[in-house]
Design a protein around this ligand. Structure first.
Ligand code: PLP
Length: 428
């Protein structure tokens, strides 16, 4: 069956044809190819066409698709029963590995998604401080619970406006959204309303307005101002944990938060989230404490096994320096081709993740990301897809290089970039 027919079928029975709006091609035009399989750095569509994949399922697939050690553990675990509904050995092993490798994480709770992890961090901070107000930053994305859908990044930004209908005004009142990388704005806000703030929530390196790293000294200042206000600091490391180093990005950046939200890589491609922090804070969670949070599928053995296998590979055979090297070759190559064909681009790269913004000015916040050229990105995206390169269908997402990409993939991708820029420069 042709891929178009498959997507038509999807549109009939799935809202918008996609189970998450970030997968839609609305911002870039056309319809997404329908995939049937992934292997290593490649995706394969229903017509047997292959693509070099830089989407990495929006981040989890740091080991590429269907890594043999991960698949073996999933199979083993499936045979023992994918869900037991009781404490089980493999969830404890995963929790131990998380606590061992993330600074400041003494206890965790496993959840099924990153959304739930963030939702729980917010509730826990409110329970711990007795305050209601949450501070977050424009263009970050923290999942799809009500309080974090105000001026949000990722699919919320791509769809336009960064807002969701259906979020009650009462919820919005308890959320302040400030510009990222702007110490003055945070200092001014906390000077007037700091004593109402329960939580300052941020992605330490933002992945959801494209990759935007903290400016030197920014996170240190955020931590200091937050603590002075008597509020808690949470890092949403759903994308960043285990992406750049074995552990949290917080360790790489030298700023340790009170609470973490985790997800993506720690599930090895299966549904998984987690949140946690100091033991004292986690004692507030039910059944010890009065902050309720639960989940039928939370800590399910299948997700825990896939996550644990992924972490073991990352720990025992760290791919980080090679991923970094390949991503640098790719990002530098894109910059060279752009220069040659006089296409203004700004590339923000941190390790194996980067974003190509179509515009000449540095991007340090959401305003800068929004100023990039949406039409040019859409054209580039279409041309790259024609050449068999799968990129996230939004200018507010990242390219992720995985442990399975090789130099040949990078060379092939750079050839596709050159072809695309050549066509764009001609104005075809
Ligand atoms: C930083 C961040 N936090 C939270 C989430 C939500 O995670 P999930 O999609 O697993 O609910 C995402 C998802 O993209 C994310 O990027």
């Amino acid at each position: 069956m042709a891929e178009c027919a498959w997507f038509e079928r999807a549109e009939r029975v799935i809202a918008g044809g996609v189970n998450s709006p970030a997968r839609s091609f609305r911002a870039v035009g056309g319809t997404p190819p329908v995939m049937t399989r992934g292997q290593g750095p490649y995706l394969f569509d229903v017509d047997g066409r292959s693509y070099i994949d830089y989407l990495a399922a929006f981040g989890p697939l740091v080991l590429g698709h269907a890594h043999p050690r991960v698949i073996e553990r999933i199979k083993e675990q499936a045979e023992r029963g994918p869900l037991l509904g009781t404490p089980c050995d493999v969830e404890i092993l995963l929790a131990e590995e998380l606590v061992r490798s993330i600074a400041g994480l003494e206890q965790v709770r496993l959840t099924t998604t990153g959304t739930e992890a963030v939702m729980s961090v917010i509730r826990l901070a409110r329970a711990a401080t007795g305050r209601s107000l949450i501070v977050k930053f424009e263009g970050t994305y923290h999942g799809h619970s009500d309080p974090v859908l105000v001026k949000a990044g990722s699919g919320v930004a791509t769809g336009g406006g960064g807002l969701s209908s259906g979020v009650p005004a009462g919820v919005i009142q308890d959320v302040a959204t400030l510009p990222y990388n702007n110490v003055k704005a945070l200092a001014a806000f906390l000077a007037s309303r700091g004593n109402e703030v329960a939580l300052v929530l941020t992605e330490p390196i933002v992945g959801n307005m494209g990759i935007v790293a903290p400016l030197p000294g920014y996170l240190e200042a955020v931590a200091e101002l937050t603590r002075k206000a008597g509020a808690l600091l949470a890092f949403d490391e759903v994308i960043t944990a285990y992406r750049f180093n074995y552990g949290a990005a917080a360790q790489m950046l030298g700023v340790i938060p009170d609470l973490y939200a985790l997800g993506k890589i720690i599930g090895g491609g299966v549904a998984q989230g987690a949140y946690g922090g100091h033991r004292q804070l986690m004692q507030l969670v039910a059944p010890h404490g009065g902050m309720f949070q639960a989940g039928t599928l939370a800590g399910n053995p299948l997700s825990a096994a896939a996550g644990l296998a992924t972490l073991e590979v990352l720990r025992d055979d760290p791919p980080y320096s090679e991923m970094d090297r390949l991503a640098a070759i790719l990002a530098d190559g894109i910059a060279d081709h752009a220069h040659r064909w006089e296409i203004p681009v700004t590339i923000n790269r941190v390790g194996s993740a980067f974003t190509v913004f179509f515009g000449p000015t540095p991007v340090v916040d959401y305003e800068g990301a929004q100023a990039s050229d949406a039409g040019r990105f859409a054209h580039f995206h279409r041309l790259m897809l024609e050449s068999g390169i799968y990129l996230a269908p939004s200018r507010f997402e990242a390219w992720f290089v995985s442990a399975q990409h090789g130099l040949d993939d990078i060379t092939q991708t750079l050839n596709a970039v050159e072809r695309s820029f050549k066509i764009m420069a001609r104005g075809d």
